[in-house]
Design a protein around this ligand. Structure first.
Ligand code: 5RP
Length: 222
């Protein structure tokens, strides 16, 4: 099976987590696009969606699914999103699609984060994928020095602005052995809008696409 077929498999499988009549939190990326397409086949059974990007909102609306602003809801039963990497505890690196800030905001509204990914995303230690960080432009040089002090090489993602109009730093060379501690540390640095470590907002369930079918991983609540 191709990687895209594995993504389609888990996009479809995530439907089983969608409660009847729910407002569904929807993430961003190529795996989530398959979930959105699957969601369209049951759109009469959901109330609406809250999305983490302009791209996902456009795709949802094109399918005739109502999209609500995040500020219109106080709680979501579920948030379905992909990941760039996920570890055995459900901690993730996200932001390869530059949507990390809105992803964290929508994930924060949700009772349960369901991660959907092809099997290549499961790793023993986070950090092989460059860590995305959305930043305030005037802090770029200062933050680059801070990451260097941790052993990371930060570079601006060329030609990219987020849906919030901000740049992304991609940080290579970090072995993230304690994701919760590093997330908390980087969150303190002035100029950081969002770091793409999802430890506080880690997945409760991961559906991994494998050639043998969907492998489900369940993670303990914090
Ligand atoms: C977007 C993300 C995506 O979830 C992540 O990049 C995975 O994308 P894909 O499903 O295309 O592999 O964090 O900001």
């Amino acid at each position: 099976m191709t990687q895209d077929e594995l993504k389609a498999l888990v996009g479809q499988a995530a439907l089983e987590f969608v409660p009847e009549g729910a407002v569904v939190g929807v993430g961003t990326g190529s795996t989530v696009n398959h979930f959105i397409d699957a969601l369209a086949t049951v759109k009469g059974r959901i109330a609406a969606a809250v999305s983490s990007s302009e791209a996902s909102s456009a795709r949802l609306r094109a399918h005739g699914i109502r999209v609500l602003e995040a500020e219109a809801v106080t709680r979501l039963p579920i948030y379905v999103d992909g990941a760039d990497e996920i570890d055995a505890r459900g901690c993730m690196i996200k932001g390869g699609g530059a949507a990390l800030t809105r992803e964290k905001i929508v994930a924060d509204l949700a009772e349960r984060f369901v991660c959907i990914a092809d099997q290549s995303k499961l790793v023993p230690v986070l950090g092989g994928f460059p860590l995305p960080v959305e930043v305030i432009p005037m802090a770029v040089a200062q933050l680059t020095r801070r990451f260097a002090a941790l052993g990371g090489q930060a570079s601006l993602r060329a030609g990219v602005r987020t849906d919030n109009g901000l740049p992304i730093l991609d940080v290579r060379g970090l072995a993230i052995t304690d994701p919760a501690a590093l997330e908390a540390e980087i969150n303190q640095w002035p100029g950081v809008v969002t770091v793409g470590i999802f430890a506080r907002h880690r997945a409760r369930v991961c559906l991994l696409g494998t050639p043998e079918g969907v492998r489900r991983l369940d993670f303990e609540a914090a």
